[in-house]
Design a protein around this ligand. Structure first.
Ligand SMILES: C[S@@+](CC[C@H](N)C(=O)[O-])C[C@H]1O[C@@H](n2cnc3c(N)ncnc32)[C@H](O)[C@@H]1O
Length: 257
């Protein structure tokens, strides 16, 4: 099987790189050089020109979104995990994502929903959706299945959007736009629906919480997820000095009755 055009991570002793194998070409960094033609299988370890070994393998979702080139700011993997659980998203759910952006959350939703589920992803900017689509196709090419067919991109300003334009009933709405309350301009919720908003600023959190209450949502929760990495090396066993202090708040709620 030819590995030409395969998406891989190349891990040197200092760093991970996301790259595409291109026959006849070389991968060159300070830690050494390898020829792509020497990569015959995945995962594999290849010795570089300096004698160091590089590990070469198919990226995980987390490696892919953190290493990929992107447009708008992505939702970080730690927050994606919380959003999936707080939004009660399962493999046969129908989800409306508001704010396709770079497609980082879109991609994980596609993976979770599988062939049974359905994802509508709305964005006002066509260029962002085009880029996100390419990103998603690139990652899914490593998986050998056609689950991308569960995705439908919707190109619209949120303020002009109506749920009536969708074929299926939505189970969960997930938003990553600055003004998610615009959704309620044209939409009244009167049936079971989970809601999750990802918002960087507390003033936005206050506004969406009030809006959800006014629209009779219950079980409203506001939270941040904090993640601290540890160093485990020889006899060193302690938290890293640096951590990501703030990404976004997650506001969730549910319209039950
Ligand atoms: C921060 S990005 C979303 C990033 C995405 N969640 C990810 O993980 O890659 C926000 C996106 O929302 C879109 N957007 C912002 N306001 C909008 C609105 N009122 N209606 C529709 N799309 C909007 C922007 O064009 C942008 O692509």
């Amino acid at each position: 099987m030819s590995l030409d055009n395969s998406l891989v991570v190349i891990q040197s002793k200092n760093k991970k790189y996301l790259t595409v194998l291109t026959s006849g070409d070389e991968f060159i960094i300070n830690d050494g050089k390898i020829s792509y033609d020497d990569i015959k299988t995945l995962p594999v370890q290849v010795q570089s020109s300096t004698g160091d070994y590089f590990n070469i393998y198919t990226p995980t979702y987390k490696e892919f979104v953190l290493l990929m080139r992107r447009g708008p700011q992505i939702i970080y993997p730690k927050d994606v995990g919380s959003i999936i659980v707080d939004g009660n998203i399962k493999n046969n759910s129908t989800v409306l994502e508001i704010g396709t952006g770079s497609g980082a959350l879109t991609l994980f939703l596609i993976l979770i929903l599988g062939k049974e589920g359905k994802l509508y992803s709305l964005d006002a900017v066509k260029k962002n959706q085009y880029r996100a689509q390419k990103t998603i196709e690139r990652y899914l090419s490593t998986l050998n299945n056609d689950i991308e067919s569960n995705l439908k991109l919707v190109n619209s300003e949120l303020i002009n959007f109506s749920l009536e334009s969708l074929e299926k009933k939505i189970d969960t709405v997930v938003t990553d736009v600055p003004e998610p309350w615009d959704f309620f301009e044209n939409n009244i919720i009167n049936t079971d629906l989970s809601w999750v908003s990802y918002l960087p600023s507390i003033s936005q959190v206050e506004k969406i919480s009030v809006c959800l209450k006014e629209n009779n949502f219950q079980n409203i929760e506001i939270k941040e997820t904090l993640e601290r990495y540890w160093i485990i090396k020889d006899n060193i066993l302690r938290p890293k000095n640096e951590m990501v202090g703030h990404t976004g708040f997650i506001v969730s709620g549910r319209f039950i009755l």
